[in-house]
Design a protein around this ligand. Sequence first.
Ligand SMILES: Cc1cc2nc3c(=O)[nH]c(=O)nc-3n(C[C@H](O)[C@H](O)[C@H](O)COP(=O)(O)O)c2cc1C
Length: 183
Amino acid sequence: MSAMDFFVGITGASGVKLGVRLVGELASRGTVHLSLTPQARSIASGEGVDLDFPRGVRVWSMEALDAPVSSGSFRLAGTVIIPCSLGTLGRIAAGISSNLIERAADVALKERWPLVLVPRETPLNLIHLENMAALARAGAVILPPVLTYYHGPRCIDDMEAFILGKVLDHLGLDHTLFRRWGE
Ligand SMILES: Cc1cc2nc3c(=O)[nH]c(=O)nc-3n(C[C@H](O)[C@H](O)[C@H](O)COP(=O)(O)O)c2cc1C
């Protein structure tokens, strides 16, 4: 492992920009291994999000199940699926591991390093909730991108920064993305 390696999976939920911004944050702190689903690419196009990533980011095909991050012997400082479609979340909860993103999440759970899932959907049905409960019991952090208020956001970028800051908190990384309560 280099100083710090991270895995980021971007899946086909609205809010692909959150994933792109997180990659930028993590790339300044370590090596980012990244994979996107075809549906994530399609939604990025629909939402006008450029899939431009900083130099050094290692982009893996979703089919690359032989990538280093597919193995628990390749240690990571954290794995984040952002945004996480409820389809991908369900497949992770069921242990399907049929692509690199699902496998990376499975590895994070078995190795017990941080796994943060950012599911974007509303309302949630019982299947979504039960899958999230199973994943939380298995050790994942379920971190939905909710609306935020107390840090004084003025635009959606500020709310995104709050969510990204919460992800970094759960990876144990310092940041100044939002003003903390009491500061
Ligand atoms: C424009 C668009 C927006 C979508 N937004 C969401 C969403 O916010 N959350 C979600 O769980 N699925 C959403 N979906 C459905 C997923 O893309 C779909 O379930 C897909 O199979 C997920 O595939 P993936 O997990 O391999 O990326 C959306 C689909 C489209 C076409």
